[in-house]
Design a protein around this ligand. Structure first.
Ligand SMILES: Nc1ncnc2c1ncn2[C@@H]1O[C@H](COP(=O)(O)OP(=O)(O)OP(=O)(O)O)[C@@H](O)[C@H]1O
Ligand SMILES: [Mg+2]
Length: 299
């Protein structure tokens, strides 16, 4: 993981990359996000945690143009001094602003090779459209060469050089997760959203992911990380925001969060109410999410 990727803007310490203010998202009678606010400092890894159904993926969907919340504002700062409003833009337009994501359920082009998957990310920001490609214009050939070189660089960065020509569906799960990250990096984001990148991976793959997330942040790209694996969160996150029932119930450093009684209660439910509504919704579906963050290691 030595090759340099992507960040086109050097990180400026302590400036804001994202400012989410009072986002409220409702589906009929269900409030999925309830006045959620958070700020994210450029170049840092901010982790969003919470029990199943807490609203984590809904938040990502609001930040990437998939959902349009009924209330609130999202401001993105691709570089210091440049402010962009995110809400109301379509997903491709949000990506063009400099926000890329991966998905809770991996979304790769299964029939394409690892290299081709990464090239799709890269080519989404190039100027050649299908007609230019058919006509083999000079700039098209140059872009094709550049895109090949960049895709190889990104595969090297995520540790998948040897897999370049393998069909993505044949790759081990952890490799597919890192390939999805490489594809997202191909769009040259300033902010990268990762939705449970360690889900389904083995301990060795989790360690690779840990190294990779740190390496991404070191290039100046800000990372917003949804993750249930608390060992990973505690080791890579600079700060943590905890959601429960669509509300922010705590935020702080990983150590502060581990000690926060409201966080422990959100994961466990309080003793005498453990079989009632105090247990986070859906928590019973995925039992491990009910463990307190301080103790959940998974390997
Ligand atoms: N398109 C939708 N229509 C209706 N309800 C939705 C929709 N998307 C999300 N929700 C609801 O919003 C709530 C939050 O869901 P979300 O997927 O954001 O949770 P999560 O924190 O990502 O959970 P998990 O850890 O299981 O991935 C859930 O009750 C979910 O059913
Ligand atoms: Mg989710």
């Amino acid at each position: 993981m030595s090759a340099q990727p992507v960040a086109s803007t050097a990180a400026t310490p302590n400036d804001l990359v994202l400012d989410v203010r009072d986002i409220t998202l409702r589906f009929g009678g269900l409030t999925s996000l309830d006045k959620v606010s958070l700020t994210h400092t450029r170049g840092e890894v901010l982790s969003v945690i919470g029990p199943n159904g807490a609203g984590k993926t809904s938040l990502f969907n609001c930040l990437t143009g998939v959902y349009f919340p009924q209330e609130g504002e999202v401001r993105f700062y691709p570089e210091a001094g440049v402010e962009r409003s995110v809400l109301g833009r379509k997903p491709y337009a949000v990506n063009r602003l400099g926000i890329a994501r991966t998905f809770q359920n991996i979304r790769l082009f299964n029939a394409l090779t690892a290299l081709e998957n990464v090239k799709i990310g890269i080519e989404s920001r190039q100027k050649t459209g299908p007609i230019g490609a058919m006509l083999h214009m000079p700039w098209n050939r140059r872009e094709e060469r550049e895109s090949d070189a960049e895709a190889f660089r990104l595969l090297e960065f995520v540790g998948l050089t040897k897999r370049a020509n393998e069909v993505s569906s044949s790759l081990p799960y952890g490799d597919q997760r890192r390939l999805e990250i490489a594809r997202a990096l191909g769009t040259r984001p300033q902010l990268l959203l990762l939705d449970e990148p360690a889900a389904g991976t083995n301990p060795a793959e989790k360690r690779q992911l840990e190294v990779l997330i740190r390496a991404i942040a070191e290039t100046g790209i800000s990372v917003l990380l949804i993750e249930h694996d608390m060992k990973l969160v505690m080791s890579v996150a600079t700060n943590v925001v905890v959601l429960n029932f669509g509300q922010v119930i705590a935020s702080g450093t990983p150590k502060e969060i581990q000690r926060d009684p409201s966080v422990v209660e959100a994961y466990l439910g309080s003793g005498d109410e453990a079989d009632s509504a105090a247990v986070p919704r859906k928590a019973a579906k995925k039992a491990p999410a009910k463990q307190p963050p301080a103790t959940r290691t998974e390997d």
